[in-house]
Design a protein around this ligand. Structure first.
Ligand code: KG4
Ligand code: ZN
Length: 335
């Protein structure tokens, strides 16, 4: 079965072709980052318009790259939610219209299911069951995964998602958008011993997380540095380092707890924040100590992309699932 995947839930237009016999055939990505950068965050209306502009050419380019024609497609998968409603509708309309014209099934995929299955696109795939740490701009979740579609939410964020905390921290330090890579790059030059930020919620039982306090801690530390006439680039780097270490440490502690609670030793880490170097280092260390295994998507599939949607949709279609033409998008949708 050859499936076209379309991702358009936020600020990346992603298209991919997945062959259920041969694996990922090809993928293309157009990022709107430059478009939103001057506003310091994603502007929903601009995102929708840009998806509409880019989707059809990107689909044509992807088919060409794969040496395929529309008539070779057996199904279409698209992100149906959660995400920005206009952006989702752009992808859904193109996907459903194509499926209608080609008389093939279409399936709406949950964006987070796409992220959580992204490591399945790699050669070395995790076996079920595993614990998944899903950390993106909108979510921080710890999930027990027993199979495709068999997900049990073990922990969630009570306020800001991990990626959101990175983005807000970057904004308040004047580092620009998107924050994660900016904070992480500056942290490389930071002194790890200068500040010690709190590890939120680790003293409380359970697997829920909270990151908004860290952001406030960052703000207070930065304001104090300004008062002390010490608001330098080095101070910024030191704050980024302390912030990143606090997030990574908190995630490590929560993952350890989840693995112990569920008696599992396989950890999958996905979502945009899983691209983070310090987080990978901390989680690899944890899994080495436990003699377990850690799995990550390759860097380009950590953030939003069409390949993960094509994969998740292909699994759904293989299981005989597709939706009628009335089904379009679900901007708020629990996994
Ligand atoms: O998964 P994703 O592309 O989009 C959502 O579904 O939200 O994740 C985007 C998030 C942003 O908050 C971005 O700042 C963060 O992932 N991110 C990172 C890194 N790269 C992207 N956070 C920390 N370190 C990174 N290297
Ligand atoms: Zn995402």
């Amino acid at each position: 079965m050859i499936v076209l995947g379309i991702e358009s839930s936020c600020d990346e237009t992603g298209v991919a072709i997945y062959d259920t016999d041969k694996g990922l055939v090809t993928h293309t990505l157009y990022t709107q980052m430059a478009l939103h950068a001057e506003y310091g965050g994603v502007v929903p209306e601009l995102a929708s318009r840009d998806h509409i502009r880019k989707l059809t050419p990107l689909i044509q380019q992807t088919l060409k790259q794969a040496n395929l024609d529309q008539s070779n497609l057996n199904g279409i998968a698209y992100t149906a939610g959660p995400g920005l409603i206009g952006a989702l509708l752009a992808g859904a309309s193109v996907a459903r219209s194509m499926a209608f014209a080609l008389n093939i099934p279409a399936v709406g995929v949950h964006h987070m299911e796409g992220h959580l299955l992204a490591p399945m696109l790699e050669q070395q795939q995790p076996q079920f069951p595993f614990i998944c740490l899903l950390v993106s701009g909108g979510h921080s979740m710890i999930i027990r995964v027993d199979g495709i579609g068999r997900y049990k939410l073990l922990g969630d964020t009570l306020d800001d998602a991990a990626g959101e905390a990175f983005d807000k921290t970057a904004k308040l330090l004047g580092l620009g958008y998107p924050g994660g890579p900016k904070v992480s790059n500056l942290a490389l030059q930071g002194n790890p011993d200068r500040y010690k930020f709190p590890r939120p919620m680790i003293d409380r039982p359970g697997l829920d997380m909270s990151f908004s306090g860290l952001k406030t801690y960052t703000l207070n530390t930065w304001n104090q540095a300004k008062k002390d006439n010490d608001a330098t680039e080095q101070t910024k780097a030191d704050i980024c380092r302390a912030f990143e270490m606090a997030v990574a440490d908190t995630l490590r502690i929560k993952c350890k707890r989840a693995l112990e609670q569920e008696n599992l030793n396989r950890l999958v880490v996905s979502g945009g924040v899983s691209a983070n170097r310090e987080i990978r280092y901390q989680l690899d260390k944890l899994m080495q100590q436990r003699k377990g295994e850690a799995f990550y998507p390759r860097l380009e599939f950590c953030t939003d992309n069409g390949a993960m949607i094509a994969y998740a949709g292909a699994q759904r279609l293989l299981a005989g699932q597709s939706q009628d033409l009335n089904f379009a998008t679900t901007p708020r949708w629990s996994l």
